[in-house]
Design a protein around this ligand. Structure first.
Ligand SMILES: [Zn+2]
Length: 383
């Protein structure tokens, strides 16, 4: 196994999941065990690619395809919902000086919802789109003409043509990011800027265990990748978008830089330990409560993760979720109920919520204290 950023040998994985089924970033179950390697040279974190990567992104990876205007909530600010797409536009405009009429290519664009919204704010921009799947064409044709998008390969007329290339949450899926970033470099004009955003596994620990993220970029590994492709003026910001790294890099003559991976390697080792102990806790509590009826609080990523990692999911009667949008749906064949509808035969409740908010949410459920239920958190010893 070699690092897919600096090509150094990476030895043994620092993390091996205990379950043979894994979750994708879209919260779907997939056969296969997650292993994560940590590169000693550039501190990149990597997993194995799917054997069927090409087919997976051609047709199976259906991110938010169900509804035209579906978006994810980034945060609630002063009582108002800020959607992820809007936050991404604000961030982009704060980082880039986009001249009037700039030629922009969204590379690996999926629905291209960020650029679509940007184009209504900035109708002067000359927007182009590229992806490895044809399933988003209907979305693209609502705001760009046929000659301004490409699928699978880019036309030669696009070489050295663009002022800006954007990449929103795409590089983490790509097994050979070196080839992609070199390609991006060749599509930019001299002085053109590559602007991108990738998950930051240290800011969002869930990213570490999703099977379709073959790359978990760290600040040193992302710097290495961009520098090796020839970029200069590399800037990486880990605070402007929660749980993500936002970067800019310019096409121009670059001088080789050295990265120091020491601190990141330690953080990666701790993260691997964190998930190993989470897995152990889930398995030990499953075993300690054999045959007992269980429920999982939370039907988002963490709840789904518990389901994927436990050995006796048959004994889970339901998921609980406070979101009215989730209630009434099913996850992995089990109903999602309002928390107060917790069935009386449930004796063990797994808390599948972001660990930073899990306790305050569970402690606020006064009705739960009188139920005599064992509550299992991901980050403490089994009860
Ligand atoms: Zn490396």
């Amino acid at each position: 196994m070699h690092c897919n950023v600096c090509l150094a040998e990476v030895g043994k994985p620092i993390y091996s999941a205990s379950s043979n089924q894994s979750l994708t970033s879209l919260c779907e179950l997939r056969d296969g065990k997650v292993n994560v390697w940590s590169c000693p040279v550039c501190s990149h974190l990597l997993s194995e690619a799917f054997a069927d990567t090409v087919a997976y992104y051609e047709s199976d990876y259906k991110i938010l395809l169900s509804e035209e205007e579906e978006d994810q909530i980034y945060e609630v600010r002063n009582g108002e919902i800020v959607y992820r797409t809007n936050h991404q536009i604000d961030t982009l405009l704060s980082k880039l000086n986009l001249p009037d009429g700039a030629i922009v290519l969204d590379y690996g664009c999926a629905k291209a919802s960020t650029l679509k919204k940007l184009s209504s704010q900035r109708p002067d921009l000359n927007i182009h789109l590229f992806d490895v799947s044809s399933m988003y064409k209907a979305y693209w044709e609502k705001f760009v003409s046929v000659d301004r998008y490409a699928i699978h390969t880019t036309p030669s007329t696009w070489d050295a043509r663009f002022d800006v290339l954007t990449s929103f949450f795409a590089l983490e899926h790509i097994p050979q990011p070196v080839d992609t970033v070199k390609k991006v470099y060749s599509l930019l004009k001299d002085g053109g800027v590559f602007y991108g955003i990738v998950p930051d596994t240290f800011g969002n620990v869930a990213d570490f265990v999703v099977i379709d993220h073959v790359n978990h970029f760290t600040t040193p590994s992302l710097t290495y990748l961009l520098d090796a492709a020839g970029f200069t003026d590399i800037q990486i910001d880990d605070s402007v978008h929660r749980g993500a790294l936002v970067f800019t890099a310019r096409k121009g003559s670059n001088k080789e830089i050295t990265v120091d991976p020491t601190e990141t390697l330690e953080k990666s080792a701790s993260l691997a330990q964190y998930w190993t102990s989470v897995n152990r806790r889930i398995l030990e509590t499953s075993k300690a409560h054999t045959g007992v009826t269980k429920a999982i609080y939370g039907s988002g990523f963490y709840g789904a993760y518990i389901a994927s990692a436990m050995s006796d999911f048959d004994h889970v009667s339901c998921f609980l979720d406070a979101s009215p949008f989730q209630q009434g749906k099913e996850l992995f064949g089990k109903p999602i109920l309002a928390p107060e509808l917790l069935p009386s035969d449930v004796k063990v409740l797994y808390v599948g919520l972001n660990p930073s908010i899990a306790r305050s949410i569970i402690n606020s459920l006064e009705w739960l204290t009188s139920r005599g239920i064992s509550v299992v958190y991901l980050d403490e010893q089994a009860i």
